[in-house]
Design a protein around this ligand. Structure first.
Ligand code: F6P
Length: 364
């Protein structure tokens, strides 16, 4: 029997379980592969005792409909930056990638499939450079990975954000309020842009188009002056004013290096009041609800295709690549290319043009 090890890294995302299930099912159809899962990204392979789970039809049956990941995940550290506590109590990181390579060789793994976002795929590329037979599977609700048109989890997040807009309209309309909905996405405005169009917002503020608050007030006043006594703004957590900065804070969690975004909705609310907007405003930060619950059918299907493709690449010995969805086809790209850039909203794209065409202001 040949052996594959799979891991899920970074933030959880609807569809992770569907990928795991598809890999295991495809391996069972092939008949000559067994699949193991490392618990909590590659931590399970590095811990003593090891935390490795044998995966089969019994433990992956029905998981495609569940959010999260049965293998658990982490976005702290990794094999190249393993957190260790020093004698004085402070924390440092050490490179344990050689330990991981040794474990994979000793245990006779023929292939590794790493399901994760940009950070995880950079780890995949670095492991590939160390000789690991690795394949990446892109995941994130942010849809910000380059070389793939979509990542699974994104459409589920968009659905949740759109549902939130629909619900906020009820209160906005009844109270003549402006409701500001803040959605996730880090440096990418994809969730905000899609939810603003699908939900029919008046204003959409995204990181790719820094906003002028006076332009936003202009658009809102026009709306109120037309007799429509309420309005909706969808703002991405990474958005910023033309002369402003992204609202973020440093996490004090050990090994967590990303800035924690969130709170721009409250700042925008103040900016609007200072710029003379007179109507009542309420703010809502949607947060992790966007990553929770069951994946929608689109994401289950995309995740299943990614899982089958990754397993087939393992069977063919096609390593150092990331599975991707490009121009309506499931294909693959080199990890090196895939980890170079980011997929951001193009301000000149037809989607932004569409939003502007139905009267959505970006404050530009
Ligand atoms: O990358 C996915 C994401 O949900 C971002 O949209 C968000 O900024 C971040 O992860 C939140 O991370 P955490 O779950 O660590 O707070």
């Amino acid at each position: 029997m040949k052996k594959a090890l799979i891991a899920t890294g970074g933030g959880d995302c609807p569809g992770l379980n569907a990928v795991i299930r598809a890999i295991v099912k495809r391996a069972e159809v092939a008949g000559n592969w067994e699949v193991h899962g490392s618990i909590e990204a590659f931590n399970g392979a590095l811990r003593d005792p090891r935390e490795i789970m044998k995966l089969n039809d019994d433990n992956v049956g029905g998981i495609h409909a569940k959010g999260g990941t049965i293998l658990k995940t982490t976005n702290k550290g990794g094999p190249f930056s393993w957190p260790v506590q020093k004698d004085d109590g402070s924390w440092d990181t050490v490179d344990r990638s050689d330990d991981l390579v040794k474990f994979l060789n000793d245990e006779g793994y023929d292939a590794v499939i790493n399901i994760g976002g940009d950070g995880s795929q950079r780890i995949s590329q670095a492991l590939f450079e160390k000789g690991v037979n690795i394949i990446g599977v892109p995941k994130t609700i942010d849809n910000d990975l380059s070389c793939t048109d979509y990542t699974f989890g994104f459409q589920t997040a968009v659905d949740i954000a759109t549902d939130a807009v629909d619900k906020l309209v009820t209160t906005a309309e009844s109270h003549h309020r402006l409701m500001i909905l803040e959605v996730m996405g880090r440096g990418a405005g994809w969730i905000a842009l899609h939810a603003a169009i699908a939900g029919g917002a008046e204003v959409c503020l995204i990181p790719e188009i820094p906003y002028d608050v006076n332009k936003v007030v202009e658009r809102l006043n026009k709306r109120y002056n037309e007799g429509k006594g309420f309005a909706i703004i969808v703002i991405a957590e990474g958005a910023k004013a033309k002369d402003g900065t992204v609202v973020s804070r440093k996490s004090d969690e050990t090994g967590y290096s990303n800035p924690r975004l969130g709170g721009i909705a409250y700042q925008l609310s103040e900016e609007l009041k200072n710029a003379g907007f007179k109507n009542d405003i309420r703010e809502m930060v949607l947060g992790h609800l966007q990553r929770g619950g069951t994946p929608i059918a689109f994401d289950r299907i995309l995740a299943t295709q990614f899982g089958v493709k990754a397993m087939e690449m393992a069977m063919e010995g096609d390593f150092g690549k990331m599975v991707s969805f490009l121009d309506n086809e499931i294909t693959s790209v080199s990890l090196k290319t895939a980890t170079k850039g980011q997929n951001l909203v193009d301000p000149e794209s037809f989607l932004v043009n569409t939003a502007k065409g139905v009267g959505i202001s970006f404050g530009d």
